[in-house]
Design a protein around this ligand. Structure first.
Ligand code: ADE
Length: 258
């Protein structure tokens, strides 16, 4: 499932070019049970469902981390993909993308023996508040988000810079040909050729969209981009005549010297 899912389209091409590499490892291959390759067992204390045992996971982890020789003997981070983790976001994707190697542990069944998690996990990560049947899809989601940040994976470097979540803002609306479709016209500013105005419009739309759709992100953006205090209009010094007339209740134009 993982090999197939990650070998197509952009990630497949990036893999072929040698920009990224990945390998799915079957924990069953590290089972001590030679006959059935069993990796799960009942839970101490009772309860429904089976638990993944510590030994096959630990042996698998050891084999994988020995195989990937990370720089300076630094151990690769091990991401345990679990609904109990911190929710994955673009900032985490950027952080993981700066690592040379990553190991993902995909849980199954009811979970994993806590002792092996304590021993090997560096990051507990979820993809959202819902429960899936296993960790493979969440791992693939994360791998996709991380891999596209690796230099060269996307053709257009700029697309990684201006896209949603850059600077906490969602991306602005975009339009392609034709200029009019089902009575809807492309905003005229985008046809003006005035790049400065287009950039200003796009930023404005990004802010508007983020405020409407993701008020949580908008607050973050706002805290880093507080509105500039409005410049106070310099009040012209009143002329003696104006001051006098104000007191007398007669309006005089201070510029008016007549
Ligand atoms: N495994 C099952 N559900 C998950 C989720 N939402 N995130 C990460 N791993 C999971």
């Amino acid at each position: 499932m993982i090999e197939q899912g990650l070998s197509t389209s952009i990630l497949g091409r990036a893999r072929d070019k040698g920009l990224i590499s990945f390998e799915a490892v079957n924990i069953r291959d590290y089972s001590c049970d030679e006959k059935h390759h069993k990796v799960d067992d009942y839970t101490y204390g009772g309860g429904a469902g089976m638990l993944m045992q510590a030994q096959p996971i630990y042996d698998c982890y050891k084999a994988v981390s020995e195989k990937i020789s990370t720089d300076g003997g630094k151990k690769a981070r091990l991401i345990y993909v679990t609904p109990q983790g911190y929710t994955f976001n673009q900032e985490m994707a950027r952080d993981f993308a700066s690592e040379s190697d990553l190991i993902f542990l995909c849980g199954h069944y009811e979970g994993v023996d806590e002792r092996v998690l304590e021993e090997i996990v560096t990051d507990y990560v979820s993809i959202g508040d819902y429960v899936l049947t296993g960790g493979e899809l969440p791992a693939m989601v994360m791998i996709d988000a991380i891999a596209r940040l690796v230099p060269g994976v996307l053709n257009n470097d700029e697309s990684a810079m201006t896209e949603s979540f850059h600077n906490h803002l969602l991306e602005y609306p975009q339009y392609s040909r034709p200029e009019e479709w089902m009575g809807k016209k492309v905003p005229p500013i985008l046809l003006s050729g005035d790049h400065k105005k287009v950039d200003e419009w796009r930023l404005e739309k990004s802010i508007e969209r983020t405020r409407e759709r993701r008020p949580d992100l908008y607050e973050k953006w706002l805290s880093e981009n507080p509105p500039k205090p409005e410049k106070k209009k310099r009040r012209k010094r009143k002329t003696a005549a104006a001051e006098e007339s104000e007191q007398s209740g007669i309006q005089v134009n201070p510029e008016d010297n007549t």
